[in-house]
Every structure is written in structure tokens, then in C-alpha cells.
Design a protein around this ligand. Structure first.
Ligand code: PLP
Length: 419
């Protein structure tokens, strides 16, 4: 069979619905300044799907710092990988400031979060080592684990009894191979909003010899007293051996970092392929990240404002009978019951009639019959935005209950490309 013919015939699990979803359910275009009110297909929408937790994306001081940096440095400098010709004092200053902020000895900058996690995992383990990871881990962890040449064991999400069982298996195996064990979990899980049970994971260090890697993409800036993340929130930052976060969420930029002991960061610096063989972060991202970190450090009201909105939204939803699962973070899932036709109807009604833009997740990401609407509150939202959204959700929930969206025939036509 011709490779390309095969690809064209089987578009993959998401691509198979592209003919009706492209531009609306998938690859939608949100236009205008990044804020809670953006435009979608010409209409203003109250937007709940951006991880701009602290509202920094469009903060005037940030916009100015970004523009100044682009003017002063251009988008190219420095050229080359850091190891060869792309290192600067600014990169090193940012690393030091991040290390101080997350209370780790040392930090290594990464160009992207996804690629960074993948490559950190790849650099940390060899074929003798064993990885044990949470079943609901983000794709970047799963893909990093896929690169691993040795054994891996998955434990049921946040299930400490199961983690212990997997650690017993991993320990036996590592004793045979002479390797070590790396446990990987997340600070905040991006779909459910619940935290990785880091306290219980680190307690297992008394019984087992392993190192812990935590991807805290959603926790950095949002959790913990100073915003240093879920390790700080749970009082176990010191026990996290490798702490990771991206700049793509609270920092509202691009790039990422990994933090830990000096010796290990030094090892990574010379062994992490995604950095050694790739151009370093351009200066505006580095200078811009320093400015963002300064605001996170010096303006705690950003996080306070975020949590005011989070609490109003989550409490309001709960008071009005919505199931928001087990979230412990700003990530706010709203769990409704319905099939694919219902999900399509709910999203369309919310966008076209109520002007609310949020993301929806359906089977196979969540079990069949469940529609998960995910709201991301930010410091830039207002309490009026919260009220408007909860009222809209109540209306939609009522319609869902009455079967208003169950137009299976229309859905079938859409899926088959006739509509
Ligand atoms: C848990 C988690 N890790 C890593 C990433 C990837 O980060 P980046 O967008 O910087 O590639 C994301 C999402 O963006 C994430 O949610």
C-alpha cells in the first residue's frame, strides 16, 4: 500500500472528524487582544479556555517589556544552540532567578515544555533504569516514557496503593539490572484539576529508593503561598528531585524550565538532546520571562485575583448543583451526562447563543456518556463573567436534561459529511 494513500484514508482519531469540526470544534480562531472577551467567527465570546492564569498575556508591563526586548534584540539573537554559540548572561540570569523562586539549587532552560519533558526523561534514564508513572499523565510524559529503552510501569491515577505495588515490581527489576527508578507525576492534572498526591508519593521514599520528577505546568504561578507550585502547596518541594514547568501557562509565553540539584542540572546541561541540538530561546522570550517572573514575585495580588475568580466560579457551580469533580486547582471541569450529539449541541449552543467559549472533552478522553466542559478561570475574569457563565450553564444543563440536543440524525449527517 502507498503510505500517503493510507494516511489519506485513515485520518487518525481526531482527523476523522475534521470535515465537520475544523474551524469550529477544532482549530477555532480566537481573535483580538488576549482577554476574557475575544472574538470567534465575528462574535464576541466570554472566553474560558486560555491558560493565562495570572492575566499576564496582556498585562501592560509585560506587553511593554516584550516590545522593548524585540526592538532591542530582534527575534534571532542568540543564534545556535547554547552549547555552541547561543548562550547569554540573560539566559543564565533567568535560570538563577527561576531557581531562587522554586527553591532549587539550579535550573536549566528548555525551549518548549512538551519537547523539554520528553527530553529530560530521555536524558535521565538508560535501559537499565525503570520508570513508574501516573496513568493520567500528559502526552509529553507518555511520549518521554515511550522513548525509554528500559522497563516502565504505570500506576492507576493518584492511587498510592497501586504506586506502591508498581514500586515493588520496579525495585525487584532494578535490583536485577543494576538500574535506578524514576517516578513521574504531575503537580496539577490538566483535565480534572486535581493535584498529584505528592505528599504521599514522597512518603514512599522511606520505603523505596527512587527519584521523583514532577511536571507542574498548571501549578507554577497558581499554587503554593508564593506561587512556586504544588510542591510548595503540599510542603514537599524539597523532596521533588526534578521540578518542571512550562512558560506557556501562568507565564503566558513560550519556553520551559527544569529545576533540581546543581549536579543533576549540570548533567542535563551536557546531555539533554532537545537543547544541545536545537537553537536556544531568543532574547525577547528570555527577557520577557524575567519580567513575568518579577511580576509573579512582586505582585501577589495577581494570584489572589485568580483565586477570587476560581472560588466564585467553583463555589457558584457547586451551589447550583453542578458536578465539578475533584479539582483542587483553578482548572474547573464541569461534568455533564450525554453522548456525542449532546456534546456537539451543548458547545454550539454555548458559543452561538450564549457567547461562551470553553473547551469540551468527550470519549475516549473521558468515559462514554460523559461530557467534560473545561473552564480555565484567570485573574483577568470578573465576578460578573462568572455569574453570566453559571447562568448560561444552568440554561444549557436544563436543555440537555430535556433532550433538546439529541438530534442524532443531524449528527450522523455531520459526521458523514452530508451537512
Ligand atoms: C502538564 C503539561 N506538561 C507540559 C505541557 C507542554 O508545555 P508546552 O506548551 O510549553 O510545550 C503542557 C501543556 O502545554 C501541560 O499541560
Amino acid at each position: 500500500m502507498d503510505l500517503f494513500e493510507k494516511l489519506k484514508k485513515n485520518q487518525g482519531p481526531l482527523g476523522q472528524h475534521s470535515h465537520f469540526s475544523e474551524g469550529y470544534y477544532m482549530f477555532p480562531k480566537l481573535e483580538g487582544e488576549i482577554s476574557p472577551r475575544m472574538h470567534f467567527q465575528g462574535k464576541e465570546m466570554l472566553t474560558w479556555s486560555l491558560n493565562n492564569y495570572l492575566g499576564l498575556a496582556n498585562h501592560p508591563e509585560i506587553r511593554k517589556a516584550d516590545a522593548d526586548a524585540a526592538r532591542d534584540w530582534g527575534m534571532a539573537y542568540p543564534m545556535g544552540a547554547r552549547m555552541m554559540s547561543g548562550n547569554t548572561n540573560q539566559h543564565e540570569l533567568l535560570e538563577q532567578e527561576l531557581a531562587d523562586f522554586v527553591k532549587k539549587e539550579s535550573v536549566l532552560l528548555l525551549n518548549y515544555g512538551y519537547q523539554g519533558v520528553l527530553s529530560v526523561i530521555d536524558a535521565l534514564v538508560d535501559r537499565k533504569d525503570v520508570i513508574v508513572y501516573d496513568a493520567e499523565s500528559h502526552a509529553c510524559i507518555i511520549d518521554g516514557v515511550r522513548l525509554h529503552m528500559g522497563k516502565r510501569f504505570v500506576y492507576a491515577h493518584n492511587d498510592m496503593a497501586n504506586l506502591e505495588k508498581q514500586l515493588e515490581r520496579a525495585t525487584k527489576l532494578a535490583e536485577q539490572t543494576g538500574g535506578g527508578i524514576l517516578v513521574i507525576t504531575e503537580g496539577v492534572f490538566g483535565m480534572s484539576g486535581n493535584m498529584g498526591d505528592l505528599k504521599s508519593v514522597v512518603a514512599l521514599k522511606k520505603k523505596f529508593n527512587f527519584r521523583l520528577l514532577v511536571d507542574d505546568a498548571h501549578g507554577f504561578g497558581t499554587m503554593g503561598e508564593t506561587g512556586a507550585g504544588c510542591g510548595e502547596e503540599q510542603g514537599v518541594q524539597d523532596e521533588i528531585d526534578i521540578y518542571f514547568s512550562t512558560f506557556a501557562k501562568s507565564m503566558a509565553s513560550i519556553g520551559a524550565f527544569v529545576a533540581g540539584d546543581k549536579d543533576i542540572m549540570y548533567y542535563l546541561k551536557y546531555n539533554i538532546r532537545s537543547q544541545i541540538f536545537a537553537k536556544s530561546l531568543p532574547m525577547p522570550f528570555v527577557v520577557g520571562a524575567r519580567k513575568r517572573l518579577e511580576l509573579i514575585r512582586t505582585q501577589p495580588e495577581l494570584k489572589d485575583n485568580l483565586w477570587k475568580v476560581v472560588n466564585a466560579l467553583q463555589n457558584g457551580l457547586k451551589e447550583r448543583g453542578f458536578d465539578i469533580g475533584t479539582t483542587q486547582s483553578p482548572v474547573t471541569p464541569v461534568i455533564l451526562k450525554g453522548g456525542l450529539a449532546d456534546a456537539v449541541g451543548v458547545i454550539k449552543d454555548l458559543r452561538d447563543n450564549f457567547r461562551i467559549f470553553c473547551s469540551a472533552v468527550i470519549y475516549p478522553v473521558v468515559p462514554k456518556g460523559i461530557i467534560l466542559l473545561r473552564l480555565i478561570p484567570t485573574a483577568a475574569h470578573t465576578l460578573e463573567d462568572v455569574e453570566e457563565t453559571i447562568s448560561a450553564f444552568e440554561a444549557v444543563k436544563g436543555k440537555l436534561f430535556n433532550g433538546v440536543y439529541q438530534n442524532e440524525e443531524k449528527l450522523k449527517q455531520m459526521i458523514e459529511g452530508e451537512a
